[in-house]
Design a protein. Structure first.
Length: 253
């Protein structure tokens, strides 16, 4: 057995929203640490599959729309059947809708809450049942946000959902720690992804954001690698219920 506490050799991880951006960056980091990956998304993550396989690990694709609970059972069952188990769940999939709160619609509220919070909870529940049934020392990693700490503007459902992610991370850690399951979260700062394309393109907002980040740059998805491997590995066995900011110093400013 490896003495390296960060080694994920022969572990099996699910990463939702693994097509691009943060999900891809974390999936590749987990593969490079030794894990096989079930990659979940609405479209086939060809580039992520290639990068995982380049790292010498297996990549199993599960096509699923996480806007409903319908695929939850399939995701966990198919992962176990295809890859031989389930050790790690990374709840990365998320969407955002922007509008002034005074004009925000019920449809935009529900769409965001369903993906970012409802499916996250029930997929975590299904994964935890699998881990408990198989007596697996499991790791569940949720993706929160800077807006888990702050209010933001023009994204009311996103702020509510990501505040909820932080709260769920705590309660699930409280309930499942006794079963040998660690539940923690990562709160990425401002990363260059599809979700932030509008902000990057807005010259004024881009300048304001960069002016507050001590690191002086937008995050790159690869910057999440160390955090996700830590929380997925034995190195974090006594870490429970935290939300770890990876933000270039945004919250410290």
């Amino acid at each position: 057995m490896s003495r390296n506490p960060f080694d994920l050799e022969d572990k099996v991880a699910i990463v939702t929203g693994a097509n691009t951006g943060l999900g891809q960056g974390m999936a590749v980091a987990l593969a490079e640490a030794g894990a096989d990956l079930a990659l979940v998304g609405r479209s086939r993550p060809e580039e992520t599959v290639e990068l995982v396989e380049k790292a010498g690990r297996k990549a199993h694709v599960i096509m699923a729309d996480l806007g409903s609970l319908e695929p939850v059972d399939t995701i966990v069952g198919e992962t176990r059947e295809a890859l031989g188990g389930l050790d790690i769940l990374v709840n990365n999939a998320g969407i955002i809708r922007r509008n002034d709160s005074i004009d925000f619609t019920e449809a935009d509220w529900d769409a965001v809450m369903d993906v970012n919070l409802k499916t996250l909870f029930f997929l975590s529940q299904k994964a935890a049942r699998s881990m408990i049934d198989t007596k697996t020392r499991g790791k569940i990693i949720n993706i929160a946000s800077m807006l888990s700490y702050q209010g933001g503007i023009r994204v009311p459902s996103y702020t509510a959902s990501k505040s909820g992610v932080m709260g769920l991370t705590r309660i699930l850690a409280n309930e499942w720690a006794g079963h040998g399951i660690n539940v923690n979260a990562i709160a990425p700062g401002y990363f260059a992804t599809n979700n932030t394309a509008a902000l990057q393109a807005d010259e004024t907002r881009n300048r304001e954001i960069l002016g507050r980040i001590p690191a002086g740059r937008w995050g790159d998805p690869a910057d999440l690698g160390g955090a996700v491997v830590f929380l997925a590995s034995r190195a974090s066995d006594y870490v429970q219920g935290i939300t770890l900011p990876v933000d270039g110093g945004w919250l410290a400013r």
